[in-house]
Design a binder for this molecule. Sequence first.
Ligand code: 5GP
Ligand code: ZN
Length: 121
Amino acid sequence: MADEPQGERQADCLFCKIVTREVPATVVRETETTIAFRDINPQAPIHVLVIPKAHHRDAATLATAAPQLAADVLREAGEVAAEEKMESYRMVFNTGSGAGQTVFHAHAHVLGGRGMQWPPG
Ligand code: 5GP
Ligand code: ZN
């Protein structure tokens, strides 16, 4: 996985399949470079994932390989929050399996609609 080509569609990647619509999702926003869709297992009343359409394995790898695309994801997370009328929200990038990353295609979790505790678990 570490040596997979960054930026290229991966045949076995769930989120690449959401980009191509092979796997259906409830899309809330789409741009030329990003898609935002509702998490299938929401952890808050509002839980949206924002992904780059291009495959990068995690957020830091994305920011190194394609900084403008990383900025697109961050901006779109803010647009989702505004559309969903969230004044406060949490943006999370689980990075590595030890931190709970299960899908190795960079994604921002945008969580809100309830109070958030700190520190997170
Ligand atoms: P991670 O655990 O990698 O940070 O986040 C992956 C997220 O993708 C999880 O919150 C999980 O619920 C969500 N997820 C997994 N499979 C699907 C799916 O098929 N559709 C959607 N919409 N979300 C999914
Ligand atoms: Zn992918």
